[in-house]
Design a protein around this ligand. Structure first.
Ligand code: HEC
Length: 158
């Protein structure tokens, strides 16, 4: 018995009229019910779930998936007013080159928290930082990537 004959019989069983045997196999439902297919699909699903959950879950800030170039523009538009061009600081806010802003003191999540909730003055005398609405998690991830790059270039961070 050839493969085509088997497929032809499957087609006959599933009553799919005049479609070609391969169309039944590829487009029909028969194969989706097959236990081996179900097993493969559950393995694929598990693998996909596993990949979607690195350390930071699905949050791009915590997962560290920011883009430096995008972050540079977002920083200039939203943060430089106080934190200064290239994060060098102004009389409105601190530079991120202070070693208190390296990841071991202020992890990436601190940026997300600061943007969402603002910051009460606790390290300096600049006054509070207001929340910065209108930035997505990905925007903040991009800003963090940019600031970390600057910190690395300035030698304040490994
Ligand atoms: C209106 C001025 C202002 C703007 C705009 C601003 N900040 Fe701030 N930010 C401050 C000040 C002032 C502090 C320091 C508060 C303190 O610790 O005394 C601060 C502190 C921070 C901190 C440290 C938080 C902590 O836990 O100590 C982070 C992170 C931060 N800013 C990120 C940002 C980012 C990212 C942006 C742009 C999206 C931004 N800031 C825009 C004023 C500002």
């Amino acid at each position: 018995m050839t493969v085509w004959k088997v497929l032809g019989e499957m087609k006959a069983e599933s009553g799919e009229g005049a479609r070609a045997p391969w169309a039944t196999w590829v487009g029909g439902r028969t194969w989706r019910r097959h236990p081996a297919f179900r097993l493969v699909m559950s393995v694929v699903t598990l693998a996909a779930v596993g990949c979607a959950a690195p350390d930071g879950g699905s949050n791009p800030v915590l997962a560290g998936t920011g883009e430096v170039a995008a972050g540079e523009e977002l920083f200039a538009a939203n943060c430089a007013q106080c934190h200064g061009v290239d994060a060098r600081g102004t009389d409105q806010g601190p530079s991120f080159f202070s070693e208190i802003y390296v990841p071991s003191h202020h992890a990436d999540g601190a940026f997300l928290f600061a943007v969402r909730n603002g910051v009460q003055p606790h390290h300096w005398d600049f006054g509070p930082m207001p929340p910065r609405p209108g930035l997505s998690d990905q925007d903040v991830a991009d800003i963090v990537a940019y600031v970390r790059q600057l910190q690395r270039d300035a030698g304040v961070m490994e």
